[in-house]
Design a protein. Structure first.
Length: 196
């Protein structure tokens, strides 16, 4: 029998580099995360369900939930069961007429359905061992850096708020407030204005 870990959806994120969506699952009893790349429509569907946003008409995952209910089938849980060639594979575990069915599903669709049906999300421990992430794992092993001496001759880092704000101070000090008109724009000399 496959060893499974229960997970919850921690967040749905957008990659800043390529605008791809990622759903981040978090292990219930540990600080281990599983990021899964998903499509934009599935990300939107998961987010709508997580935020309990009401939509005028059923979306695809709402429709699937309604079909299961109409057929007296009950979604018991969803599973992420394997990872092959960087592709995750999942299952819908459904009970119908006393039988348990495992229905092949993309994890993104299974997650969108799990959020709507409020059922457990299980991930194979083998998948977690190969693709799970423990945050700041490398940082925990390193000793903390010693603070720099206060009388150091080194210049302040660019992260200091005073230095970051100096650009704005220079801009504001060069503004000539007497030449601003009522709209907040600078009056130009008459010869520089376009002729009407």
């Amino acid at each position: 029998m496959m060893r499974m870990a229960e997970m919850v959806i921690d967040s749905v994120r957008v990659s800043l580099t390529n605008q791809q969506r990622i759903v981040v699952l978090r292990e219930v009893d540990a600080e281990r995360y599983l990021p899964i790349w998903i499509g934009p429509y599935e990300a939107e569907s998961i987010t709508i369900a997580l935020q309990e946003i009401e939509v005028a008409r059923p979306q695809t995952h709402d429709l699937l939930k309604n079909i299961l209910s109409s057929l007296s089938a009950r979604l018991l849980r969803i599973e992420v069961i394997s990872l092959k060639d960087e592709v995750f594979y999942g299952n819908l575990v459904v009970e119908v007429a006393g039988r348990i069915l495992n229905i092949d599903s993309r994890p993104s669709d299974a997650l969108a359905l799990a959020v709507r049906a409020h059922v457990p999300i299980l991930v194979s421990r083998d998948v977690l061992d190969s693709a799970g992430v423990v945050p700041e794992e490398d940082l925990r092993d390193q000793p903390p850096e010693a603070p720099a001496p206060e009388d150091s001759n080194e210049s302040e880092s660019a992260d200091q708020p005073e230095e970051r704000l100096s650009v704005f101070e220079d801009f504001l000090s060069n503004l000539d407030l007497d030449t601003l008109d009522d709209s907040g724009t600078e009056d130009e000399d008459d010869e520089e204005k376009p002729k009407k």
